[in-house]
Ligand binder design. Structure first.
Ligand SMILES: *Cc1c(COP(=O)(O)O)cnc(C)c1O
Length: 381
């Protein structure tokens, strides 16, 4: 029986959209290191590229794949997640008001606060797990951007994307979503009304802890999107050729890795809920998590590979637990094939809203029982 159903995103990712090298038939596209392109004798650039800061052919496949996975109109690869995010803020008019979450990726929060302190924009940070709090912070006509992150570092708070989009659009603002921890496997923010999706591709999209990269995807190829395109080519935050190749290679196994991480994270979370040395487990898939219902509505196929635990006995007990793990690796970052554990308050520094007894766990693709046993051993001392 012939079906007209379009291929599942997992198929598109595994095959890199099925692109092959026209010259050789190779199933992997070659790396093109050239920085410059030949001009036609009549002074035109008919093949469409002139200089690699603006046009890199290696970007075409990963950008087209990401656009398909996110259900957007266009995508951009950038040199890091931070470059991707800051390109959006730099594209706003001077004096624009933005609303961001109180709990979010801390380096970006710090950057936004500094950018606002320098007078470029005005910024308010609210509890974005509450649409009422968001609605109260938005200033119709003056607010140009709502920045959301869901599930948000490191409490895994959930923002209702459809609700936030409605609030943004009513006020004449755009909604941008940092979807790094969900990945396009679990959430498609554009389908829920978001205008821009950002990823730290350093995390799940690449997945092997060997590339720093960022992405943006636009719901429409409009005037604001073209400002972001120009922001990359003129701002210069482009991704290198080797990193682009590795990212494309990583994206082919995205679904396999995320599905495995989700299943294991759920097992780890459920095992830890009953652990006598644990105060609280923060995971959006647990019935006790305040964002559980919204997450169940807007995430498909799982609640992510990230969770946090609060260790009984406070900061010293948490740090001591992290010191005793062997299978888990003590390191920052997330979304790689290896499981990582981090005492989050230590890296965020003074003034962090993160509880001092919290350990952030990024679940990789190892055997989940190995992870549970190692954590149990470390907690029990
Ligand atoms: C890592 C991360 C970023 C920053 O990305 P880089 O690639 O490290 O610049 C932004 N948001 C989230 C949620 C992240 O985890």
């Amino acid at each position: 029986m012939k079906s007209n159903r379009p291929p599942h995103p997992a198929t598109l990712a595994a095959q890199g959209l099925g692109w092959t090298d026209a010259q050789t038939g190779a199933v992997v596209l070659p790396i093109q290191p050239a920085t410059t392109y030949i001009r036609d004798p009549d002074n035109q650039y008919r093949r469409g590229r002139n200089y690699a800061r603006a046009d890199n052919p290696g970007y075409d496949q990963p950008e087209a794949l990401l656009t398909a996975l996110e259900g957007g109109a266009a995508s951009l690869l950038l040199s890091s997640g931070m470059a991707a995010a800051t390109t959006v803020f730099r594209a706003l008019p001077v004096g624009a008001h933005i609303v961001g979450p109180k709990i979010m990726y801390h380096s970006l929060r710090r950057w936004i606060a500094g950018y606002a302190a320098d007078g470029h924009i005005a910024a308010d940070f609210v509890d974005m797990s509450s649409l009422d709090a968001l609605r109260a912070a938005v200033q119709p006509g003056r607010t140009k951007l709502i920045w959301a992150e869901t599930p948000a570092n490191p409490l895994w708070s959930i923002t209702d994307i459809a609700g936030a989009a409605e609030i943004a659009h009513k006020a004449g603002a755009l909604l941008a979503v940092d979807s790094t921890t969900a990945s396009p496997v679990l959430t498609r923010p554009i389908e829920l009304g978001a205008d821009i999706v950002m990823h730290s591709a350093t995390k799940y999209l690449n997945g092997h802890s060997d590339v720093i990269a960022g992405t943006l995807t636009g719901a429409r190829d409009d005037e604001f999107w073209q400002k972001l395109v120009a922001g990359r080519s003129s701002g210069g935050a482009i991704l290198g050729n080797m990193e682009t190749y590795l990212l494309m290679r990583g994206m082919r196994t995205l679904f396999l890795r995320v599905e495995r991480a989700c299943a294991s994270a759920r097992r780890v979370a459920e095992a830890m809920v009953r652990h006598p040395r644990i105060e609280e487990v923060l995971y959006p898939g647990l019935p006790t998590h305040p964002g559980r219902d919204v997450a169940a509505r807007q995430m498909t196929g799982g609640f992510g590979g990230m969770l946090s635990i609060r260790v009984k006995g406070g900061e010293q007990a948490a740090i001591a637990t992290a010191a005793r793990v062997e299978v888990w690796k003590r390191a920052t970052s997330l979304g790689g094939v290896e499981s990582l554990m981090e005492h989050r308050a230590s890296i965020e520094g003074p003034g962090t809203p993160v509880p001092s007894d919290l350990l952030r766990l990024s679940v990789g693709i190892e055997d989940s029982q190995d992870l549970i046993d190692d954590l149990d051993r470390a907690l029990s001392g």
